[in-house]
Design a protein around this ligand. Structure first.
Ligand code: SME
Length: 156
């Protein structure tokens, strides 16, 4: 499936977020390959959520969270469950919003430009299989709207 984000980027925020959810749904329906799907989802997240410097996935291999498809600066390859924002969201099976990464104990700095972070676990039934990670160069960038979005809710 080919999608151009150029025009979609100009939409107002709520429409951009609704569009992102529709695109994600469509990707998940039309492509079964995990790498291909997550690679496109990374591009869509980065393209349609403003003021991000990193957007991507870490996937659990049974021992560690391993870097998956992403957009942004090169990042650490592996994160242990419980470590950093990603590892904590993974074991707690809940989204974690960090307004200022400098104050988060154990935060793993991949891109020194990152100031705030939002991580959402990927749950299949009740099992966590990885996380979605968004970083922003702005302090306190993320709000309830972005939590709803990263969790796949339409916010209404
Ligand atoms: N900051 C994350 C590590 C991943 S990068 O932000 C891409 C963490 O503390 O888990």
């Amino acid at each position: 499936m080919s999608v151009s984000l150029h025009e979609l980027k100009k939409l107002p925020r709520s429409e951009r977020y609704e569009t992102l959810l529709l695109l994600v749904e469509s990707q998940l329906k039309t492509e079964k390959d995990r790498t291909a799907t997550l690679a496109n989802l990374s591009a869509m997240m980065m393209g349609l959520v403003n003021r991000l410097n990193w957007a991507g996935f870490y996937l659990f291999n049974g021992e560690e969270l391993v870097l998956g498809p992403f957009q942004g600066e090169p990042a650490c390859h592996r994160i242990l469950p419980g470590e950093g924002v990603c590892g904590k969201a993974f074991i707690e099976k809940t989204s974690i919003l960090v307004d200022d990464v400098l104050t988060f104990p154990g935060h793993i700095a991949c891109d020194s430009a990152s100031r705030s972070e939002l991580v959402c676990p990927i749950l299949v039934e009740t099992e966590a299989i990885g996380v979605i990670d968004w970083d922003s160069p702005e302090e306190a960038r993320f709000t309830r709207e972005e939590i709803d979005l990263i969790e796949g809710k339409d916010g209404d």
